[in-house]
Design a binder for this molecule. Structure first.
Ligand code: PMP
Length: 409
């Protein structure tokens, strides 16, 4: 008897796990802004999340010297130069008051690798990670890639884009493993007040929920606001907390690719094992540059903060003056997060954009201004504008966008 062969399954060319990842929307907008600019079209980009300042000269000098020394042409330990791990521990105690040892620090290829490795190290398939929205676009992808499930907890401007403990508790289940916390926030610029940090930290301890706290914008705070580190405010959290950080924003070092994760020694050792197979050490010369940066003064970030503060006030004023746009004043990072919902469905240049994604595309085409739509951050109806660009471009760009949007009927 001949049996019918089972229908053959054509294996997918790309795995489901990787095929399911979307391109980073913020990087895509940045590329969209840069491509026409290269072709001579004057696109102004509010997409990129990077300071427009050069890396401080002392850091560049240290990197040049490191380059000339053949010892730095070799691998370092996968987890980073021992002296850099120590310097990061010292810097953390200096800046946030969190006291850790060097074996609690893992040097990663930018904060982004620290984000990925934190989720990969903590989550098993089925584990849920609470993710307050608007969230930085990489978090849900990194959670999913690690096998976890992101559970979005939406916030809006009425709560200053900050989640309440009640909302977190309502989203918590038996499967909740961790909470992602980012203050100052990308994209909203919100900075959680100390009382909220304390309340959330105590809630996490009570329920055994891990907290992954991203402190990459710790020094970019305005109006005398301070960004508090959750495990400092709630010391009992230390054993179930991972802190993420890096040199990118504080020292205008986005291209050098140095970040770190800080956590309990067992978690850091496990993440180090992962990294030893994934990428090994961060470029040795970059680590020497980062050593100079974190061991040195905070003068450069103080100067950047002054410029960002000026631009923050300017951009909020310009945006708020556009009919249909409302923009709260952010207290941290370098992003404005205006609501554009009132403009959706209105007629502009013969089109009727119904989503912030469509409106952003129209603005790029018609006003040659690139903004990132809120869809990228889990909250449609908003735009993210980075104000880490020159004052002239900032004024021209928002004015150009405003002139177009004033046509809405
Ligand atoms: N965390 C947040 C919240 C960020 O905005 C960024 C950069 N956009 C990073 C981490 C990662 O920064 P990097 O990889 O450049 O160090």
């Amino acid at each position: 008897m001949s049996s019918t062969p089972a229908p053959s399954r054509t294996p997918a060319r790309v795995s489901g796990r990787i095929g399911g990842i979307s391109e980073s929307a913020t990087m895509a907008v940045d590329a969209k802004a840069k491509a026409p600019r290269a072709a001579g079209r004057p696109v102004i980009g509010f997409g990129a999340g990077e300071p427009d300042f050069p890396t401080p000269p002392a850091v560049v000098t240290a990197a040049k010297a490191a380059c000339a020394d053949p010892r730095n042409h070799r691998y370092t330990p996968a987890g980073g130069l021992p002296q850099l791990r120590q310097a990061v521990a010292d810097k953390t105690a200096r800046d946030s008051g969190y006291r850790v040892t060097s074996n609690q620090v893992l040097i990663t290829n930018g904060g982004k690798q620290a984000v990925y490795q934190a989720f990969a190290t903590l989550t098993d398939p089925g584990d849920e990670v609470l993710l307050p929205a608007p969230y930085w676009t990489t978090y849900p992808e990194a959670v999913a890639l690690a096998g976890g499930s992101p559970v979005v907890v939406r916030t809006d401007e009425t709560s200053g884009f900050l989640p309440t403990v009640q909302a977190l508790e309502a989203a918590r289940t038996e499967a909740t493993k961790a909470l992602l916390w980012c203050s100052p926030s990308n994209p909203s610029g919100a900075v959680a007040p100390p009382e909220l940090v304390a309340e959330v930290g105590r809630w996490a301890v009570e329920h055994g929920t891990w907290v992954i706290t991203d402190e990459i914008y710790e020094h970019l705070v305005y109006d005398g606001v301070r960004a508090e580190s959750m495990p400092v405010v709630v010391p009992e959290l230390a054993d179930t907390c991972v802190v993420l950080n890096g040199v990118a924003k504080t020292y205008a070092m986005t291209g050098w690719r140095v970040g770190w994760m800080i956590g309990p020694t067992d978690v850091i050792a496990a993440a180090g094992n992962l990294q030893s197979h994934l990428s090994s050490n961060v470029a040795n010369v970059s680590q020497c540059a980062a050593l100079e940066a974190v061991s040195g003064p905070l003068d450069a970030v103080a100067e950047m903060r002054t410029a960002f503060d000026r631009r923050r006030r300017a951009i909020v004023e310009l945006l708020a003056a556009i009919p249909g746009v409302s923009c709260p004043m952010p207290s941290g990072a370098f992003y404005a997060y205006p609501c554009v919902r009132d403009l959706l469905g209105r007629r502009i240049r013969g089109q009727r954009p119904r989503t912030s994604l469509e409106l952003a595309a129209l603005i790029l085409d018609e006003a040659e201004v690139a903004v990132v739509p809120g869809e990228a951050f889990g909250t449609p109806g908003y735009f993210r504008l980075s104000y880490a660009l020159g004052d002239d471009d900032l004024h021209t760009g928002v004015q150009r966008m405003g002139t177009l949007l004033a046509e809405a009927s």
